[in-house]
Design a protein around this ligand. Structure first.
Ligand code: HPA
Length: 258
């Protein structure tokens, strides 16, 4: 089975992989270059979400091409990293969170592979948006490594690229959001449509606007990610080692509607 790591802000290198080669995959949505190597006896593709030099902003990421390319390459499980702001005072900068729910506030993205016509009309179940089995392995890895990780967290996805206003953060908190970011949707939904298991390990880089006493900057987000890089790497490495060989979740069957 092939796996993939989608690296978010601050995670641009497939450092943990051996014998890395590049593979460019053409999809109907555009070409995607994967860096492919091996770890723990498995073939792993690495994809930096914002491009190798962080040049693609959240609202311009070609999410459909990325997920389609991983699907064509035979990937069955994705571990994604994500920098997030926190609006839950228990989830502090430097803490990891395994997302378990999301609320979508994006406004201008291509969110589905099923656009009608020949692709058909498809309504996908999202009762459990993130793969329970991959989340379980990440949680277990954090426990073994002694890394602070919250097992649940509700992610609010904004369109970006601007940060939020304090009024928006106040509203998102009232709605039940714990964390805010700009990229998890539609990545997570497209993965499910493609039948790929998907889990995000989010790292809190800052308290969200209006909770943080200072104005927010991208530099601070990158800095906190870099300070925690060793933990991110170890967490993913251990999770890759302990993931069960076979999938026992329902992610791969989500599209079996008929
Ligand atoms: N808001 C949106 N996205 C983010 C934040 C934030 O506060 N921190 C890191 N990514």
């Amino acid at each position: 089975m092939r796996l993939a790591i989608i690296g978010g802000t601050g995670v641009y290198d497939p450092e943990i992989l051996k014998d890395v080669r590049q593979e460019t995959i053409d999809t109907r949505y555009g070409a995607v270059t994967l860096q492919v190597g091996s770890y723990a006896g498995r073939e792993v593709a690495f994809l930096p979400r914002h491009g190798a030099k962080h040049s693609v902003p959240p609202h311009r990421i070609n999410y459909r091409a990325n997920i389609w390319a991983l699907k064509s390459f035979g990937v069955e499980r994705i571990i994604a990293t994500s920098a997030v702001g926190s609006m839950n005072l228990d989830m502090k900068p430097g803490d990891f969170v395994l997302l378990d729910q999301f609320i979508d506030f994006t406004t201008g993205r291509e969110t589905t592979f099923f656009d009608g016509d020949e692709q058909g009309v498809v309504h996908t179940d999202f009762t459990e948006p993130y793969c329970p089995e991959v989340r379980q392995s990440l949680g277990e890895a954090a426990r073994e490594l002694g890394i602070t990780l919250h097992r649940r967290g509700c992610y609010v996805c904004t369109e970006g690229p601007r940060f939020e206003t304090p009024a928006e953060i106040k509203a998102f908190r009232l709605l039940g959001g714990d964390l805010v970011g700009m990229t998890n949707v539609p990545e997570v939904t497209l993965a499910r449509e493609a039948g790929i298991c998907y889990a995000t390990v989010a790292l809190v880089t800052n308290f969200a606007a209006g909770i943080s006493p200072e104005p927010l900057t991208h530099e601070e987000v990158v800095e906190v990610m870099q300070q925690n890089m060793e933990n991110i790497r170890e967490l993913i490495m251990r999770a890759l080692e302990i993931l069960p060989a076979e999938r026992n979740c329902r992610c791969g069957h989500a599209m079996n509607h008929s």
